[in-house]
Design a protein around this ligand. Structure first.
Ligand code: AMP
Length: 412
């Protein structure tokens, strides 16, 4: 049997790994400037952690989790999202004694979805969370930091910020009831998928991509008719602050986000350059969730972004960043000279590569095919004369240098 990767998984290498590193570097820099601390949690957790807050009707719980029994019958799940593990970690490690707590992290998430472009079963996410404040400026700060990261990584892409408010848990409960009533009336016109959500998760019908569903959703009651004055003020403050900072946004009454635990602010950064999987980043407030998981009754807000989706939109770097120096050795007799030069290159932090072939022609052709600029040659003359030949593969010129002269020439 031919070995192959599991469906919906992918290997990251070559240019994509360079992009991944750049994303993680940019995220870490932006996080540092805004006072967020990095955290890494285990990839699997007890299943309860996810099934409890996500709600039994949530899509993620119903179909998408990778859950398995451990040998001692414990039910474990590969994390499908990062908010609940971060809350669990903050509770387990007593980090909530010092509020507000600002955490960020990145790593793989697992969902058993139908794979397609931009949608995998194992994918990487970036996550930012703030625990312990209801201040509207926390919402603004998280939107700003998302904006900074995306602007930094995707400077020439058309990305739009969509925002909405879902009101308090109570507002949302009343709204959901009204929405169910409205959709029940139009049931015959809805898609099969949406029909199943009328009583369980009517909010999700609002972001259905089916044409008939969209038409009916457009005339559905809006959450804004059910907002408390406090929620309205929170939302107005956010919009004012974004305007003051020249952050453009689109108000989108139908933006609801998938998971049951969101309330008040929700936001997404979308692009029309990725086809159906158009959301790069999404987040919102989840007041009540930390208490539900056994922590103190404090509010929280956060967002998650898909690293693969960001990577797909990043420019491929065509200019060669190959500062690596190749080495050619013509005979095993010169091994000590090879050791000497590799130790020296390490000490001056110049990356090097040798193809293990005592063959000048093969080493030169490897260096040329990798578009390398310089090659250090060790042959009989170099051995006897105690020098190194360095050839510039762009100009074709070559020089005979003592080891101490090599650093200056290479960094030139
Ligand atoms: P969510 O946790 O569903 O709000 O997703 C947050 C972000 O993660 C999305 O906006 C996507 O960029 C990314 N994402 C979610 N699911 C997948 C997936 N199956 N494959 C790749 N990226 C995903």
């Amino acid at each position: 049997m031919k070995i192959r990767s599991a469906r919906g998984t992918h290997d990251i290498f070559g240019n994509d790994i360079l992009k991944l590193n750049k994303i993680e570097q940019t995220v870490s820099n932006c996080a540092y400037l805004s006072g967020f601390k990095q955290i890494q949690t285990p990839i699997f957790e007890f299943s309860d952690l996810f099934s409890k807050p996500l709600g039994e009707h949530s899509d993620v719980v119903l179909k998408e989790m990778y859950t398995f029994k451990d040998r001692n019958e414990d039910l474990l799940t590969l994390r499908p999202e990062y908010t609940t593990p971060m809350i669990r970690a903050a509770i387990s490690n007593n980090l909530l004694n010092n509020l507000p707590l600002k955490l960020f992290g990145f790593g793989p998430m697992f969902r058993r979805e139908r794979p397609q472009k931009g949608r995998y079963r194992q994918f990487n996410q970036i996550n930012f969370e703030i625990f312990g404040t209801s201040d509207f400026f926390a919402d603004v700060e998280l939107i700003l930091i998302s904006n900074e990261i995306l602007k930094n990584l995707l400077p020439s892409r058309q990305i739009n910020l969509h925002i909405n408010t879902l009101g308090t848990k109570e507002n949302l409960l009343t709204y959901k009831k009204e929405l169910s009533k409205y959709f029940l009336d139009k049931k015959h016109k809805l898609s099969e998928d949406s029909k199943n959500k009328i009583h369980t998760n009517p909010l999700r019908i609002l972001d259905s991509k089916e044409k008939d569903d969209i038409e009916i959703s457009n005339k559905a009651p809006s959450i804004h008719e059910y907002l408390s004055s406090e929620s309205k003020l929170h939302y107005e403050n956010i919009k004012k602050s974004l305007n003051m900072q020249n952050i453009k946004f689109i108000e989108d009454n139908k933006l609801v986000r998938g998971l049951d635990y969101y309330c008040n602010t929700v936001f997404e950064f979308k692009t029309n350059e990725l086809g159906a999987q158009d959301t790069l980043l999404g987040g919102g407030r989840y007041d009540g969730l930390i208490g539900l998981l056994g922590g103190p009754d404090i509010p929280g807000i956060g967002w998650a972004a898909g690293i693969e989706r960001i990577s797909m939109l990043m420019e491929t770097n065509t200019k060669s960043e190959n500062t690596i120096v190749h080495i050619a050795v013509t005979d095993i007799k010169y091994h000590n000279k090879l050791i000497e030069i590799t130790q020296y290159l390490k000490s001056i932090k110049v990356p090097f590569f040798w193809n293990y072939k005592y063959n000048l022609k093969k080493s030169l052709s490897k260096a040329n095919s990798e578009k390398v600029k310089k090659i250090i040659i060790i042959g009989e003359n170099e051995f006897k004369g105690n020098f190194y030949t360095i050839k510039n593969l762009t100009s074709g010129k070559q020089f005979e240098l003592q080891i101490s002269q090599i650093g200056d020439y290479i960094n030139d």
